[in-house]
Ligand binder design. Sequence first.
Ligand code: PRT
Ligand code: MG
Length: 225
Amino acid sequence: MSPQLTLALSKGRIFDETLPLLAAAGIEVGEDVETSRKLILPTNRPDLRVVLVRATDVPTYVQQGGADLGVAGRDVLLEHAAASDAIALVQPLDLQIARCRMSVAVRADFDYARAVRQGSRLRVATKYTHTARQHFADKGVHVDLIKLYGSMELAPLTGLADAIVDLVSTGSTLKANHLVEVEKVMDISSRLVVNPASLKLKREPIRRLIDAFAATIARREGAPS
Ligand code: PRT
Ligand code: MG
């Protein structure tokens, strides 16, 4: 019997978009996550189970060996890497799921380009302080970063900040709050991450899973969308 593999996923879009990749590899998750309160989900493969953790906890689980593999957004991985001094996670594959972009947004009546041109010091609220700091440093824009854990859109509306750095998908959240996207920081998608020790000790089953995911992604990219 091959060794037991644990895959860490977060509920919501990452779980929903990883399921079809697993299915294409012949793996079915045995519980309905929406109704079940279980955090450990068996699959039809006795050597693979799924654990459900918070999106921001996926890198920690995989890095510390609580899971062999995980799926996490580039946003989460960049912040995690900047905050931890431990050995980097292995990132063998961009799964091209849960795609969005990280952008700078401001109130519609705030002239961002002018503020940047004048070299003003901007107050920027974000959950992604490391990535945002890097972005503005690269552009030579002076910023005071304000760390928030949610509802970033509120910051420019209340005068807490001039701008936010947040994830944007359809743009409807910004629109509903009268904010406009003024600059893209980067494209975001979710990646497979692997614990380096697991990759050595459980090389074969991990390799098979990576190959199966890669084949599905290649097929999707070849298909007209
Ligand atoms: O929600 P929770 O606090 O439990 O955790 P989480 O927000 O970390 O998890 P989740 O499931 O919301 O996001 C997991 C990952 O999905 C993120 O780390 C991103 O890599 C990716 N992803 C893709 C997104 C989005 N698209 C997205 N649109 N994550 C968040 N959003 C949010 C965004 O922050 C904003 O509030 O959706 C809103 C914008 O969406 P639009 O469509 O209105 O533009
Ligand atoms: Mg969320």
